[in-house]
Design a protein around this ligand. Structure first.
Ligand code: ZN
Ligand code: ZN
Length: 401
């Protein structure tokens, strides 16, 4: 206990504002020493947690303020280092960093634990002498050899460890955490690459700079999942009409585009997002009045029917935004004048927009004027106007049809 008191006092002294570092070299040296000290103390924490008989990640998370991911890593290290005393000693002496210990702990799965005990001296030497990148390659090689010896196919062992989880973060974003075995990863990446490439080719060149490559991969994933929900990909290019997400929204919120709404999964969305989601049939909507009484549940005539969609597909040929070549299967129906504001659900008030341009025309501040059967004018938030004509067959019918 005395040493801990001393350690705390020494830390206090280090953190005094009077402790100043004269130059970059002094800072670099201090950072290196601090990193080693932090890593050694982490090693000590691992040992103490093990001596108390192990620890549950939820206790770690609540008691030590660790995130779920960090707690899982500590729990794993506590468990795996129990059988690897030389590696434990190496992290405590500062010879091996805690980051490299985590890499070893990740590699030493339960079925490989006996081999790890046998090879401990080698694993410790590798961890102490190699860079993290080199160590990663050596650990992969070691794992494959051990699996071979045990008559386990590494691919199967890896496949058994596949996982995917998602959780809502306090920032409002949802984090997906997971790992895929090589074959699954290849399939997913090939599909994402293909979708991303097609998306790039369909997009107006003037918009290429608007999204990062990682944003494009999210859009590709969402597009593939939307296709799956729509039943696209078999014989029919036009999505089946099927509710995917329910949104509960106050009538006035939807009409005036102010305030917020909530999806059935409990996600808060803006009024304009609710207007977009209620614009086409992929969403079932529950409208409430000011005292939260349900006044309307997804009335069919406000959604684009299969027949009407076919007409729009024939006329627009895909996304109607000027310069966008997104195919029909990527599009949603859009009411040029929203039905909540009295717009009709017909070909004279409807057009097809890809998901991204549907966002642009609701939340993105673009406006659409004109006649979808003839010239439509898209005006961006800076006032630039883009003209769009039907690329498919032309429709000359009474607007009220
Ligand atoms: Zn819309
Ligand atoms: Zn588009």
């Amino acid at each position: 206990m005395d040493q801990l008191t001393w350690l705390e006092r020494a830390t206090d002294a280090m953190l005094l504002p009077t402790v100043v570092f004269q130059n970059v070299q002094a800072i670099d040296e201090s950072v290196a020493i601090l990193s080693t000290v932090i890593s050694r103390l982490e090693g000590l924490r691992i040992r103490l947690l093990r001596e108390r008989g192990g620890v549950d990640r939820s206790v770690l998370s609540a008691g030590l303020g660790l995130s779920r991911g960090e707690a899982a890593q500590v729990e794993k290290a506590v468990d795996r280092l129990a059988a690897l005393p030389a590696l434990q000693a190496a992290v405590e002496s500062g010879e091996v960093s805690m980051s490299k210990v985590r890499m070893v702990a990740e590699t030493v799965t339960k079925p490989r634990s006996e081999a790890a005990v046998r090879d401990e001296a080698r694993l410790t030497a590798l961890a102490s002498s190699l860079s993290p990148a080199q160590l990663g390659r050596e650990l992969e090689r070691w794992g494959r050899t051990v699996d071979d010896e045990a008559g386990v196919a590494t691919d199967e062992a890896l496949r058994a460890r596949r996982s995917l989880d998602s959780r809502k973060k306090y920032t409002g974003m949802t984090e997906f955490i997971g790992q895929l075995d090589p074959e699954s990863a290849d399939i997913v990446n090939t599909a994402l690459d293909a979708r991303t490439k097609a998306d790039w080719q369909n997009e107006p060149a003037s918009e290429h700079h608007l999204r990062t490559s990682t944003q494009r991969r999210v859009d590709a994933l969402v597009g593939i999942c939307t296709d799956a929900l729509n039943g696209v990909g078999s014989s029919d290019a036009s999505p089946k009409i099927r509710p995917h997400v329910s949104v509960v929204v106050d009538l006035a919120t939807l009409r005036d585009a102010t305030g917020s709404a909530v999806t059935e999964r409990g996600t808060f969305i803006t009024a304009e997002a609710a207007r977009r989601m209620c614009c086409d049939a992929g969403i079932s909507r529950i409208l409430t009045n000011a005292v939260s009484q349900i006044v309307d549940v997804g009335r069919e005539e406000r959604t684009f029917s299969h027949a009407l969609r076919k007409v729009l597909v024939l006329r627009d040929g895909g996304c109607r935004m000027s310069g966008c070549n997104a195919p029909p299967s990527w599009t949603q129906g859009h009411h040029i004048k929203h039905w909540i504001n009295g717009g009709l659900t017909n070909h004279a008030n409807g057009c097809l927009l890809c998901s991204r341009h549907h966002h642009a025309c609701h939340e993105g501040g673009w406006t659409i004027t004109g006649d979808p059967n003839g010239e439509l004018v898209f005006t961006n938030p800076t006032g630039q106007r883009l003209s769009s004509w039907p690329s498919g067959i032309s429709i000359r019918m009474a607007a009220a049809a």
